[in-house]
Design a protein around this ligand. Structure first.
Ligand code: ADP
Length: 335
């Protein structure tokens, strides 16, 4: 059996750890999700049930799925063990993880859509009956061994709900989607982060950063940190609107939060594919971006801004995209 893979250290960077909200009040926005999650927890507490229903969070990277999972663990006073879909390669890995859990623990599995189908098959009885049926040996000598696993709660996170198999999806008692944030919520998150980083920032600068933040907390925090560095290098104690604008221009992030890669994707659709439609594979090859990165990071932002549309034949650049890039809009382009 291979060594257990859960890690107690989260898989993300130190900035995320410093700024990660530790209380429900610090977790800004996503009110509906927060409310429903808290009802599930309260109901389990009332039943004096050591494990809560298994929960699945989906939404783009940096929207707060991991943070929310930590808050759930905190609220029910459970330990949280962290793993990810790609880290559980074989049934043995899963067995090692599950048998090392304690009663009532939360197992957080990031990128759960990347679990292999074989591992998924082993996981189902563990989720339903807290049992693991391992097959030992091969061929006619093979035999099954049933292991009891502690009652635990699985919290899955995925950036791609559609890639989670439906049998796995059906094992979750609750599935919640996280949305992009409102500008005001991002401003609140930035203001809190600025306090934690000991940075003084003007309200106008906060608005500028929030507008360029892809309405995603992780991205907003990263921008704040970059802008703080600019202010520091320029010996400025406060982040003003002027510094924020200067930093964003230097980072090649425009007023809609588009970075160089977003613009390259749009330009490629327009220049190389005459505005589209273009399939994901062709677009990835032409822009030298990973298909997954286009799907999870760039496309949601471009769709939200109305710069691309998705048709059965592929992605198309919209009139807004031509205008944003300063291109001449071709005749007959609808939107
Ligand atoms: P995900 O798991 O969806 O990729 P995380 O939970 O790791 O996202 O969030 C990334 C960072 O963004 C966190 O460390 C935290 O600083 C910030 N963050 C996310 N959601 C919120 C929120 N609702 N309120 C305040 N900060 C947030």
């Amino acid at each position: 059996m291979s060594s257990p893979k859960p890690q107690n250290t989260p898989l993300d960077d130190p900035l995320d750890l410093t700024l990660r909200p530790k209380t429900w009040d610090d977790y800004v926005g996503q009110d509906k999700v927060k409310q429903n999650v808290r009802i599930i927890i309260e109901a389990a507490n009332q039943r004096q049930d050591p494990s809560v229903e298994h929960i699945l969070f989906y939404g783009g990277p940096g929207l707060g799925k991991t943070t929310l999972s930590h808050l759930v663990a905190q609220e029910i006073g459970a330990n949280i063990k962290i793993t990810s879909g790609p880290a559980i390669e074989r049934a043995g890995d899963l067995a090692a993880i599950l048998t090392n859990l304690e009663e009532g623990d939360i197992l957080f599995c990031d990128e759960i859509h990347r679990l292999s189908r074989t591992v998924e098959e082993y996981l189902y009885p563990a989720l339903e009956d807290f049992k693991l049926n391992l097959i030992l040996g091969k061929g006619p000598m093979a035999r099954t061994m049933e292991l009891n696993v502690p009652r635990f709660t699985l919290i899955g996170a995925t950036t791609r709900l559609a890639a989670v198999s439906s049998p796995l999806r059906s094992r979750f008692g609750a599935i919640f989607g996280l949305n992009f944030y409102e500008i005001d919520d991002i401003k609140k998150i930035l203001a809190r982060s600025a306090r934690l980083l000991n940075v003084i920032i003007d309200d106008e600068a906060l608005t500028i950063l929030a507008k360029s933040s892809r309405l995603t907390p992780r991205f907003a925090n990263h921008l704040l940190k970059r802008v703080r560095d600019f202010a520091q290098v320029q010996n400025q104690s406060n982040i003003t609107a002027e510094i924020a604008r200067f930093a964003l221009t230097s980072l090649e992030i425009d007023g809609q939060g588009l970075n160089e890669s977003d613009r390259r994707i749009l330009q490629t659709i327009i220049d190389k594919f005459h505005g589209g439609p273009v399939g994901l594979q062709a677009l990835a090859a032409a822009t030298a971006e990973e298909e997954e990165t286009i799907l999870e990071v760039h496309e949601p932002h471009l769709l939200r801004l109305g710069f691309i549309s998705r048709t059965p034949k592929g992605r198309m650049a919209t009139r807004l995209a031509y205008e944003h890039l300063g291109y001449h809009t071709p005749k007959g382009l609808g939107l």
